[in-house]
Every structure is written in C-alpha cells, then in structure tokens.
Write a protein that binds this ligand. Structure first.
Ligand code: PRP
Ligand code: GLN
Ligand code: MG
Length: 534
C-alpha cells in the first residue's frame, strides 16, 4: 500500500506542486516512510523533491519553490519490497528514453525474473532493491523498442501492453513523460486502486487528476471521476487544448477482477469510494456481520457471560465498532484515547518502534473498563502487536473479561501485494487455533469475521471477487517459488545493516562483507534517482 497521485493543470503557467502537496495530505495514511514529488516544466525538464519522512517534513516551502511546471506526480511510500532507504523513495526517474518518472503502488511477484531480463537482455542498470525501479525500467525498455525520436499515444499504449504481458503482480501507477504528459495505468487484475477525474475551470478549460483514492479528487473539486479499469491506461497530454484530451485504452484484456479486500478492511480512508464500493459502508456492514457472529459464538462458549461495553481500537475500527455495538444493543464507549500526533503503527518500519508506539498512541480510561466485560473491536489482527498491548492495557484498567473481535478473518498468510510481511511466522495467527490466538494476545476469547461474510460486506453487482490471499494463501496472480524467500533475504540483510549501524552509530568493522556490498545509504546518492532532500 502506497499513495500515488498525478495532476495536469490546464493553465500552463500554474505550478502543479502546491496542489500535489495538498493532495498527498489526503493520502498520508497509505505511506508514512517516504514522500516525493516530481514536476515537469515547460522546457520538458523534471524537478524533484523526495526523501524519508512524512509529506509535511519532506515538502518544505523552500523545496516546493523549486518544483515548477503545470504537471507532476507524487508518491507516499510504505516499503513492501526492498528497504526503507532514502534511495528507494519515489518517484523513480530514468533519463532514457525521453525522460520518465514513475510512482508505483503494489508489489511485483516476478521481480527476480524481470531484473534478470533487464540485465541480460536489455542491459539496464538497476540501482536499488525496489521493484518499482524494475517496473519503470521495463516500461522504458518497451518504449525503447519503437526506436523513435518521439512517441505517440499509440506507442505508449502498445508499450504498456508489453509491460502488462511480462510483469506479474499488483501495480497501480502514475507516470510522467517529459514534455508529453501524465499516464495512469492499473494491473490487469485491478488489485490496487486508481481513479481518474476532471475539474472544469471558469474559463471552460479542464484540469485532470489520477489518484489512489477518491477522497483526494473529491476534496479538490474534481468530479466526473471514475476508476481506471483493470488492464486499462489513460494518457493525459500536458496541454489539453485545441481538441487534445485524455485518451483511455484497454491495453490488455482484463483478467479476473480482484481488488484487494484489505483496502476496505484497513488501507483506505473510510470516506473513499473505490471501484464503486464505499469503504465506510463496507465497514458498517463488517460491524453488522461481526455482531451476529459474536452473538452466536458467545452463546456457545460463554453462555453465562454478557458483554457490558463495546470499545473500538482507534482509528480504523471505529466505523465497524459503532455498528457492532448498535447491532449487539450494547453501549459503545471510546475507552482508548488516541494521541493525535502518532501515526499508523502497523506501517512503521520496525517492530520495536511499532510496539512502543501502541502505548504512546492509545491510552486506556479506567472508568470505561473497570469491572466490565469488554468487547474490543479492531479491523484486523496481523502481527498481534496492537492487540497484545491493548488487551494488557484493558486488564490494567480493571476490565473483568476482555473479548477481542476482528472485522477480518484470521491472517495466516503473507500479503504479497502490499503489506511489509515476508515471514508468516510473524503473524500471530500463523499455525494457531482461535483459542491459541486468544492465549497469545492475552484475551479471554477472540471472534473473527468469516471470509464469506467479509466478501458479502464489500461486493457489488459489478465487483464480486476480491484478492483474499492473506486469508487463504492462494493469490490471484500466483507467486514465483523463490519470491517470498528473496524478500525475506533482503529484509534480513537490511535488518542486520540497521542493527550494526544503530549499535555503532555508523557501520562498524565487524559487519558481514556480504552486507556491505549492498549498503543502503540514508541519503540518496545516485545521480538518476537524485533527491533534493539532504
Ligand atoms: O496486529 P497488528 O500487527 O498490530 O496490526 C493490526 C493493527 O494495525 C493497524 O492499526 P494502525 O495503528 O496501523 O492504524 P489505525 O490508527 O488506522 O488503526 C490496524 O488497524 C490494527 O489496529
Ligand atoms: N506499498 C507499496 O505500494 C510499495 C511500492 C513498492 N513495492 C515499494 O516498496 O516501494
Ligand atoms: Mg488500528
């Protein structure tokens, strides 16, 4: 999960950067690790600012002043392949052919094979462990095949067809071609979301936006918006006038349409509508279905007990928890107060930080817990970091019995398209029964949503299937045999590097030579990924 956004403004004299900055503020929840903006000026030159940190820290006023041009793209990163090094912040850039910048949301499951192809067949240099850099170079190599000094829309659509034929996995992308325009495209299964919208100006001209979530489009006055379809691309020319306008093309036939159900469970903002499905309404339904499950299960396991109060685990579960309480006819109380200055803990880069952040983020009010049987409701239990701490805090605050309900079914498999989890052993539900999970997090009982119920909460007449591999272990694109092992290897290597540098204040002499050959600088040092965040 990352946030991506692209804008082309009709007025060629207006800079897109301020609106790109405003826009990423609506997508920050999709990635807290790194942020980047690239714009393109009237002479076809790119301007870029990217680095580790939240958008508001990376995009300072002085850096923004350098970003000129009426079109641009952005990225908010939650690293899911490679590492969180500054050199892997996006957008990525290649100078040949034509000058291309790319922002990518998703993961490529055949990145190892693609990297080999780039090296051995088309001789392109890959400078990081990011699969997004691979994707950019595959697109560049496809465009190169035309061997033209200038490409047209048809060439770009054909090149994207070539990309979609060889690349497997999840990818929603915004791309900027120097002096040409902004391109949006979505993988043939539509795993990650992408929307397109138009905003009419007073003089009749039109601005265009492509973004990960509808909330950005809506907030910026873009209407007439729609989802990019699986396997579809849109090209927005840099100068939409004199009859020039965006062009859509179904570049490859769509495959099984399977948006990631985790967008509805956790990733997306509740006020977004993705693929015609309201995230908010789906979460309300999750609360309803969960309540009927709980009533049934509690009757069997604890017939003598009753739930006194429903308490959400802020923030994401709130919508479902309220509805769950209404359905159960039990009072809803905000027993945990959230510190508004702490971000999402799940997408923080390391376990130690995640664990301490849960306590800093949430504080229990004794008055709401003391002497009561509480039902804590969360959207999901993944590593169990949050639930373990939360249950302990509820008990410390005097709760009698603590039941823990999850709006998603048990997560027992990797999420290969967008959660930073290579090791299934890190999942609290891995190889455990529900009672063992309850014991592991210290709860008296856990309640899980059924998968069929979760699908029912989200589906519509036009979207019936979802990517649910995280619950079943079966993924819509399949996975290369060694893909997960390779991700694990890179992660372990990054962790060793980090441990060494944390201990010594810098890389120490005892570090394994194998690690040193792949050192990840915090500050971006490569010329073609040049950042201004120093
Ligand atoms: O089992 P875990 O590994 O702890 O992961 C699950 C938790 O992480 C997320 O919260 P997060 O703090 O990221 O964001 P939120 O404030 O949007 O709920 C999610 O909403 C769960 O609470
Ligand atoms: N979460 C994402 O979409 C990440 C995109 C890409 N795989 C990266 O790690 O940078
Ligand atoms: Mg949460």
């Amino acid at each position: 999960m990352c946030g991506i956004l692209g804008i082309v403004l009709a007025n060629e004299k207006t800079n897109a950067a301020p609106e790109l900055f405003e826009g990423v503020m609506y997508l920050q929840h999709r990635g807290q690790d790194a942020a980047g903006i690239a714009t393109c000026g009237s002479r076809g030159r790119f301007y870029q600012c990217k680095g580790n940190g939240l958008a508001r820290d990376v995009f300072t006023q002085s850096r923004m002043n350098n970003l000129v041009g009426n079109m641009g793209i952005t990225h908010l990163r939650y690293p899911t392949a490679g590492s969180s090094a500054g050199s892997e912040a996006q957008p990525f850039y290649v100078n040949s052919p034509y000058g291309i910048c790319l922002s990518h949301n998703g993961n490529l499951v055949n990145s190892i094979e693609l990297k080999k192809y780039l090296d051995e067949e088309v001789h392109r240099h890959i400078n990081t462990d990011s699969d997004s850099e691979i994707l950019l170079n595959i697109f560049a190599a496809e465009l190169d095949k035309f061997n033209k000094s200038r490409v047209n829309n048809q060439d770009i659509f054909s090149a994207l067809g070539g990309v979609m034929d060889v690349v497997r996995g999840a990818y929603a992308c915004v791309v900027m071609l120097a002096g040409f325009g902004v391109i949006g495209f979505r993988d043939p299964n539509g795993i990650r979301p992408l929307l397109y919208g138009e905003r009419k100006n007073k003089d009749g001209s039109i601005d265009y936006m492509v973004a990960s979530e509808s909330v950005v489009l809506k907030a910026h006055g873009y209407d007439n918006f729609r989802d990019v379809k699986p396997g579809e691309a849109v090209i927005i020319p840099k100068d939409c006038k004199d009859g020039k306008k965006p062009e859509f093309c179904q570049v490859v036939p769509p495959r099984e349409f399977a948006p990631d159900i985790f967008e509805y469970v956790y990733f997306a903002r509740p006020d977004s509508v993705l693929d015609g499905i309201s995230v908010y309404r789906s979460r309300i339904e999750m609360g309803n279905k969960l309540a009927s499950n709980i009533t049934e299960a509690l009757k069997k396991s604890h017939p003598e007990e009753k739930i006194d109060v429903v308490i959400p685990v802020p923030d994401t579960s709130r919508t479902s928890a309220i509805q769950c309480a209404v359905s159960l006819n039990v009072p809803y109380r905000e027993g945990f107060v959230k510190n508004r200055y702490i971000g999402r803990t799940f997408i923080m880069p390391n376990q130690q930080e995640r664990r301490s952040s849960v306590r800093r983020k949430l504080n229990a009010m004794e008055s709401e817990f003391s002497g009561r049987n509480v039902l804590l409701v969360d959207d999901s239990i993944v590593r169990g970091t949050t639930s373990k701490e939360i249950v302990a805090m509820a008990k410390e605050a005097g709760a009698k019995k603590v039941f823990f309900a999850s709006c998603a079914p048990p997560i027992r498999y990797n999420h290969i398209y967008g959660i930073d989890l290579a090791d299934t052993k890190a999942l609290v539900a891995f190889n455990k029964t529900e009672q063992e999970i309850a014991d592991a997090i210290g709860a008296d009982k856990v309640f899980y949503q059924r998968l069929s119920d979760l699908v029912d909460c989200c589906k519509t007449a036009s979207v019936k299937n979802f990517e649910v591999g995280v619950f079943t272990g079966s993924y819509v694109t399949g996975v290369e045999d060694n893909y997960i092992q390779e991700l694990e290897k890179i992660r372990a290597q990054n962790q060793r590097l980090k441990d060494h540098s944390d201990r010594a204040g810098s890389i120490d002499a005892s570090i394994d030579v194998d690690d040193l050959v792949d050192i990840k600088p915090d500050v971006d040092i490569s010329i073609y990924n040049r950042g201004d965040y120093t």
